[in-house]
Structures are given as C-alpha cells and as structure tokens.
Ligand binder design. Structure first.
Ligand SMILES: Cc1cc2nc3c(=O)[nH]c(=O)nc-3n(C[C@H](O)[C@H](O)[C@H](O)COP(=O)(O)O)c2cc1C
Length: 146
C-alpha cells in the first residue's frame, strides 16, 4: 500500500489541514508520504494506491499556480487505479469558496477513483477534526474494497 498527501500552502491553513489528515491516515496504519507539491516527482504518481490533494484557492476560485503542473500530470496519465480525495481551505468572503477544490474534484472524478472532498473555512477548527476523520474513513474504505 502506497499513499501520499500532496499539498500547497502559503499562510499555513492548508498545511495544518494536511497535517491533521496525515496523522489520521497514519493512525489507521496507512503509511502516508506528506509532500509539498514543489517536492513531488510527478512521474511517481501512478505508483500510489491513494493520493489526497490539498489546495487553497486564489483569484476568484482559481488553482494556485504551483498546483497547475500536478493538475496536468493527473490529466495526462491513466490513473483510474488510484483512489483520490481532495481537500482545501478557503475564505467564504470570496464569491467562489474553495473553487480550486471543485476544479480538482471535477478532473479527479474523470481521471481517478475519486472518493471524497473536504472544504474548510480558513484554519481548521474543532468541528473540522471530525470532518477530517470522515474524509480519512472514506479514503480508507475505498482502499479496502479497491
Ligand atoms: C488575493 C486572495 C484571493 C483569494 N481568493 C479566494 C477565492 O477565490 N476563494 C476562496 O475560497 N478563498 C480565497 N482566498 C482565501 C485563501 O484561499 C485562504 O486564506 C486559504 O486558507 C489560504 O490557504 P493557506 O493558508 O494554506 O495558504 C484568497 C486569498 C487571497 C489573499
């Protein structure tokens, strides 16, 4: 079993979320690489059984620039055997809350075995720990039945 969380974060909200998810995956005995998108070798993506993608949103719900190569890497490979989830933080002050999560969701649904999505308002709060738990449950369940 090979699992990874690949994420980006500027002010730390998405990295906090990524760390919570990482802890919860490891608590399920799923050894998971925690990778900043900049340190990820995209040629290895198809070797994973599970990938969770984490992103903030930018500029009217757009993908951050540094996530575009990862997005294209998923688009260019046959990745139906990879179970995926996408999570992100955003600010509901903006009209398109967590738009980058939706952009990844639509592509991962086509290219991979998308299991779950999660959107969090800015930095994770107490309630969000339970939502992270459910996010990890959905991923883990897919891995068992895949
Ligand atoms: C210039 C700018 C544009 C933003 N645009 C959006 C947006 O369109 N939708 C959204 O949900 N959040 C938007 N945000 C909020 C960030 O996505 C949010 O603060 C996020 O938690 C930052 O993640 P990070 O702490 O991991 O860097 C924007 C923030 C800034 C500074």
């Amino acid at each position: 079993m090979k699992a990874a969380i690949i994420y980006t974060s500027v002010t730390g909200n998405t990295s906090t979320l990524a760390e919570i998810i990482h802890e919860k995956m490891e608590a399920r005995d799923i050894e998971t690489d925690l990778l900043l998108v900049d340190e990820c070798d995209f040629s290895t993506l198809k070797e994973y059984d599970m990938i969770a993608v984490g992103t903030y949103s930018w500029d009217n719900g757009e993908l951050p620039l540094e996530m575009e190569d990862l997005f294209e890497a998923f688009e260019q490979e046959d990745m139906k055997h990879v179970t995926t989830g996408v999570f992100g933080t955003g600010d509901s002050f903006y009209p398109y809350f967590c738009g980058a999560v939706d952009i990844f969701r639509d592509m991962l649904y086509v290219q991979t075995n998308l299991a779950v999505t999660l959107k969090v308002e800015l930095t994770p709060q107490n309630d969000d720990y339970l939502r992270c738990e459910k996010f990890c449950d959905r991923l883990a369940r897919e891995l068992v039945y895949a």
